[in-house]
Design a protein around this ligand. Structure first.
Ligand code: BES
Ligand code: MG
Ligand code: ZN
Length: 466
């Protein structure tokens, strides 16, 4: 996929010209004004398209008109949706090249390129017949610089989506570690089982015990000279969540290869920042393992000791993500960073509360949470803050340990939040993103195909590179 800035319509060859129209207005193309608007009464409502053949009168053989709705209702934040819709339409007519000439007063290169990437994404590596993609895209009145930044974002999303979509037989903890090593311009250190033991990560280690795959603790570090601040991003990296001995029923287990979507997101972010080169230090941490019910599996009733010395009574082996995150949070704080953001497919309760288009967010610092919500809005990703009142701790009080790992299912996303809070101190700003509902779609939504969405990549990148 290539995207290039064009000075004017004539400086390249392409099959389809894409132009926009505001509802009730005309375009700069006479053919459109005459046929689409006058003859066929095309209105230009938001997202509506109209396809016209140029019958040899122009160098391009078709014009695609897309409606932007009423001019007064338009916001540049909608341009991504528009571009994605056009790409889907272009795929439908098997067009391989197109030029977008939008008459709007903004450089839409970045959001445009991201949108092309989203709509051009198919997980078809295992299919004999590949999905049609638009290979060459041109944007008029955009800077190549903005386009290139968008392409880095788009490639990062594709990277994250490919990892999360692939089968758990391929994407193992070891495979995630290899993916981390392949990222250039970044220091990578992978700790094996013995080293994880030495680090005292008793909660993380317990989760991996039922699997034949060894756990890996993956730490990537991007460090520019004189960083303005130092942050850590942690991604939940359960490469398959069978539930452990508290085995999931088949329907819930079916898509649990996506339980490393947080890890895929942070790897994608590190990949992109090695090119975007922000002025802050970024540490990415993944406690990667499988949650399986093998004969050495950890058991309900087990008492685990996390890296910070706190003890946890296991009341459900399927609440494993928070156990791995607990140790990862301690590890991150010991690095002495200013901020920690974790991203995790953590709770079914979050899916029940917010659905599949909005992610949950919690944290110990309202400014950080608010900034991430705002950054999300600008990035096309929605986050909604969930409460972390002390009462949520009541159900994870234990008679025999400092806490239980699961407690009640009611308010489950918040309970997970207050559990995690036990593993960060007030000295560090921390936010937790629950993407259980948004990471993996069971049916297509907007221009996202079924499967992994790469959620979090755009927000974290914009947050880090702002
Ligand atoms: N990985 C799941 C959460 C999840 C659910 C992700 C649905 C994506 C879609 C997590 O490890 C889990 O199993 N959570 C349990 C917790 C329960 C035992 C308290 C859940 O949500 O059912
Ligand atoms: Mg689970
Ligand atoms: Zn899980």
């Amino acid at each position: 996929m290539e995207i290039k800035a064009l000075q004017d319509l004539t400086s390249a060859d392409y099959e389809v010209l894409v132009v926009n129209i505001f509802e009730g207005e005309k375009t700069n193309q006479e053919l459109i004004n005459k046929f689409a608007i006058e003859v066929d009464n095309f209105k230009g409502k938001f997202g509506e398209t109209y396809l016209l053949h140029t019958l040899g009168q122009e160098k391009f053989n078709k014009i695609l008109v897309v409606g932007m709705g009423k001019r007064e209702d338009f916001c540049i934040c909608k341009i991504g949706d528009i571009v994605s819709k056009c790409i889907k339409k272009l795929q439908g007519i098997y067009a391989k090249s197109a030029c977008f000439d939008f008459s709007i007063d903004a450089d839409y290169g970045k959001s445009g390129a991201i949108a092309v990437g989203i709509a051009n994404y198919y997980f078809d590596k295992y299919k004999s017949i590949k999905s049609p993609r638009v290979e060459n895209v041109y944007f008029v009145k955009c800077s190549q610089e903005a386009i290139d930044e968008g392409l880095i974002f788009a490639n990062a999303m594709t990277f994250a989506r490919d990892l999360a979509n692939d089968s758990a037989a391929v994407v193992t903890p070891e495979n995630l570690a290899q993916a981390a090593y392949r990222i250039e311009g970044i220091e990578t250190r992978v700790y094996d089982k013995k080293e994880i033991e030495e680090l005292g990560m008793g909660a993380f280690l317990a989760v991996g015990k039922g699997s034949s795959q060894e756990p890996k603790l993956i730490h990537l570090k991007y460090s520019p000279e004189n960083p303005k601040k130092r942050i850590a991003i942690i991604g939940k990296g359960i490469t398959f969540d069978a539930g452990g001995l508290d085995l999931k029923p088949p329907a819930s287990m079916l898509t649990m290869r996506d339980d490393m979507s947080g890890a895929a997101c942070v790897l994608a972010v590190m990949n992109a920042i090695s090119e975007l080169k922000p002025e802050i230090e970024v540490n990415a941490i993944i406690a990667a393992c499988e949650n399986m019910p093998g004969c050495s599996a950890y058991k309900p009733g087990d008492i685990l000791t996390a890296k910070n010395g706190k003890t946890i009574e296991v009341d459900n082996t399927d609440a494993e993500g928070r156990l791995t995150l607990a140790d990862a949070l301690c590890f991150a704080e010991e690095l002495g960073v200013d901020e920690i953001i974790d991203i995790a497919t953590l709770t079914g309760a979050c899916v029940v509360a917010l659905g599949t288009t909005v992610s949950g967010i919690m944290g110990n610092n309202d400014d950080l949470v608010k900034t991430l919500i705002e950054t999300g809005k600008l990035s096309g990703e929605k986050f909604w803050q969930l409460p972390m009142y002390d009462e949520y701790f009541d159900s994870i009080k234990s008679q025999i340990a400092d806490m239980k790992n699961t407690g009640s299912r009611q308010g489950g996303a918040s309970i997970a939040g207050v559990f995690l809070k036990e593993f960060v101190t007030d000295k560090v700003k921390w936010a937790h993103l629950d993407i259980a509902g948004t990471a993996f779609l069971e049916k297509p939504y907007k221009e996202f195909v079924q499967g992994a969405t790469g959620v979090g990549v755009r927000t974290l990148l914009n947050y880090i590179c702002k």
